[in-house]
Design a protein around this ligand. Sequence first.
Ligand code: NAD
Ligand code: USQ
Length: 383
Amino acid sequence: MRVLVIGGDGYCGWATALYLSNQGHDVAILDSLVRRHWDMELCVETLTPIAPIQARLQRWQDLTGKSIDLFVGDINNYSFLQGAMLKFEPEAVVHFGEQRSAPFSMIDREHAVLTQVNNVVGTLNLLYVIREHFPDCHLVKLGTMGEYGTPNIDIEEGYITIEHNGRKDTLPYPKQPGSFYHLSKVHDSHNIHFACKIWGLRATDLNQGIVYGVLTEETGMDELLINRLDYDGVFGTALNRFCIQAAIGHPLTVYGTGGQTRGLLDIRDTVRCVEIAVNNPADPGKFRVFNQFTEMFSIADLAMMVKKAGNAVGLDVEVKHLDNPRVELEEHYFNAKNTKLKDLGLEPHYLSDSLLDSLLNFAVKYKARVDEKQILPKVKWNK
Ligand code: NAD
Ligand code: USQ
């Protein structure tokens, strides 16, 4: 299939583009490279030294004989997006191309506006190009489990059947997101759902949990194909951060009690889930929602697992509970469904000692690149 990966220079997008290319799909990457720019603005760098996108793609072609087209530009620029899509003529678009950090979106008004404009307008432009030129193209959009928040009932996959005053309906599951970033994903979901309804487009919203790990078969083939791994207080995510903190002897930064529970998945499952969605398109007019995570953990449990794995490889790991910079429930019910992707063939990689070992070893290998000043959280939700 001809698959356009928007955001293909990023953490999930790079791994996915190579994986889909390796599976025999005809892949193109579209990316504005703005994430590299935001890193520079924040004075942060990925733990791993990532090569320029052109060098990455050249290496992929040299190694495998498979070429991946590249379109550098912003999906907020409608004519650029339209031109790129007319040139590539995708049968499926996988859309990762958003500002994806909750802390970034909570820095100040400018960052909240940037996040919502970048994400919501970009997705809306994409919907219009699809409607105008490729109405049969399947949109596979990365959403987030954080759209649901932490309700005191089970979380279903996108929809919930409710009986009210003697009547019954299946409705979009209520959304209670916890940052302006997570809110932008809710706005996207509403826009995509509406576009499917009125124009008959086909879309799958992948409500992904927190991704961990760095190696996939393809990105591990060569140093020039290495993926990014963020550890800083803005773009770094919980488990990845904990492994890197353990590697450099920094106390693990658990916010508050650590009772916050989330869905997580290995990056090797991210790429496979996207492939499953691409290979099984939604029907015309259908807005499908899959919860994309494999296991649920509390943050405190993750910290304890990293401590144990660290100790096993000779690292002295301390866990520290910091004042929570976010406004969120620290003790809550959390039970989310995740059967739809498994029903379509996902065989999860569960979080294991060997994965933690390899992530810790990876972190130790690159630890000289860590800037310790970037580890503690600086962005507060209610300052
Ligand atoms: P990332 O920041 O590593 O990658 C995003 C890429 O999109 C970057 O290369 C960036 O340059 C590009 N981009 C952003 N705005 C763009 C625009 N307007 N036009 C063109 N390109 C643009 O992020 P990631 O971790 O790979 O996340 C990818 C997607 O997956 C996001 O939508 C995110 O919300 C979702 N997601 C990520 C995680 C996670 O743990 N990383 C978890 C759940 C969902
Ligand atoms: N947390 C800590 N210590 C840390 C970092 C985080 O205790 O050092 C806590 C946070 O307070 C939060 C939880 O861990 O309760 C998750 O935080 P995170 O930074 O790992 O993840 P989050 O901000 O939710 O965002 C990440 C990605 C985002 C994606 C989301 C999936 O950056 O793109 O949408 O995970 S989910 O969490 O399911 O919404």
